[in-house]
Design a protein around this ligand. Structure first.
Ligand code: AP5
Ligand code: MG
Length: 248
């Protein structure tokens, strides 16, 4: 199943996505991470993206759609993508639906982490990320330990260039104006779940595991029902056609 994880800057989308990847063997598609990868190339394109990110605005839909089609079209990720930080406006939400349709997929669940602005600012100003394995820590809430990923026994901690108080205010404003209306889009589809994102990290992931587990079981049941139903239809229709044919 594919799912979307929403929440304002600092809500914990990246932190929770990493846990869901491990628990359900999913693939995390973070448009923020893809953009930071472009920025790290230090060419004209990357520099332009960095300017926009530092301003707290959104990068153009065209750039984003090109970056994500590359991933959605990859058969290895089929029906196992967590979209983190995408879609961020209504046009992106509609493009995502069209793209998924093109590759015979859909979104089955949208999760929304709700956190108060005051806490978001503290989470963002305290965030540090390992530049080797990308694991995120927080100097206030989740102090850095040695990274535990396979190829990272070290820790080289960096702070994101858009994690300063000026940019945070702009990022929160952009979220309210452009991204918040997208929640309604998924609410109307009946696949939106709100989660209290102010609990501690493990309490939130336990809740997400339960929700995703339930939706996965439901999708599995639906799929089994459809397969059995089409077999029965085939048997009834097939034997009817055969008896008509043999009585001639
Ligand atoms: P992006 O990288 O997506 O940033 P964001 O949406 O602003 O979200 P963050 O990554 O800051 O927060 P998060 O929710 O992932 O929180 P995290 O888990 O790290 O985008 C950056 C920029 O790229 C955008 O501003 C835009 O310019 C551009 N961009 C990206 N996507 C785009 C798109 N689709 N279209 C156009 N432009 C796009 O947690 C934060 C901190 O809190 C960490 O330190 C963590 O340890 C801590 N923490 C997490 N959960 C808890 C908890 N429960 N309790 C205590 N601490 C916690
Ligand atoms: Mg993130």
């Amino acid at each position: 199943m594919n799912l979307v994880i929403f929440g304002p800057p600092g809500a914990g989308k990246g932190t929770q996505s990493a846990k869901l990847v491990k628990e359900f063997n999913l693939f995390q598609l973070s448009t923020g991470d893809l953009l930071r990868e472009e920025v790290s190339k230090k060419n004209d394109f990357g520099n332009k993206i960095e300017e926009i990110m530092k301003s707290g605005g959104l990068v153009s839909d065209e750039i984003i759609n090109n970056l994500i089609e590359n991933k959605i079209s990859n058969p290895e990720y089929k029906n196992r993508i967590i979209f983190d930080g995408f879609p961020r406006n209504l046009d992106q939400a509609k493009s995502l639906d069209n793209l998924l349709k093109k590759y015979n997929q859909q979104i089955s669940l949208a999760l929304n982490l709700k956190v108060d602005n005051q806490i978001l600012v503290k989470r963002i100003t305290g965030r540090v990320t390992c530049s080797v394995c990308n694991k995120t820590f927080n100097i206030f809430f989740d102090p850095p330990k040695t990274c535990d990923l396979k190829d990272c026994g070290q820790r080289k901690l960096i702070t994101r260039s858009d994690d300063n108080e000026d940019t945070i205010v702009k990022r929160l404003k952009t979220y309210d104006e452009k991204t918040f209306p997208v929640l309604d889009y998924y609410l109307k589809k009946g696949i939106m779940k709100n989660i209290d994102g102010m609990q501690d990290i493990n309490a939130i992931s336990d809740q997400l595991f339960t929700i995703i587990g339930a939706v996965r079981s439901w999708l599995w049941l639906l799929d089994s029902y459809n397969r059995i139903f089409s077999k029965i239809k085939f048997l009834i229709y097939g034997s009817y056609s055969w008896s008509k044919y043999s009585s001639k």
